[in-house]
Design a protein around this ligand. Sequence first.
Ligand SMILES: [Zn+2]
Ligand SMILES: [Zn+2]
Length: 100
Amino acid sequence: MFLLDLRPNCECCNKDLPSETHDAMICKYECTFCRDCADNRLNGICPNCLRNLTQRLVRPLAGPAGELAKHLVSTKRVLKGSGCLENNMYSQERLIRAET
Ligand SMILES: [Zn+2]
Ligand SMILES: [Zn+2]
């Protein structure tokens, strides 16, 4: 069974990316970025694992399947301070990795 670990924010700029947004981009390993970062900063390539970023599927949150899906949505925020290499606006103090 293939389950996505939906992350609630962009690793790059920490923008909120709710599960229903169409602006979330993920790589094969579920590194998550907003579309703006993916297009303008990362050139569509995940900086973590150098895989192509693709649009994250919007998980339907209605009906029994949706109820189940809600429990699968990750609330773990991951922020990669060195993710945006070009815009080096994230100093060490911004290198926040939320622990579960
Ligand atoms: Zn972003
Ligand atoms: Zn990745």
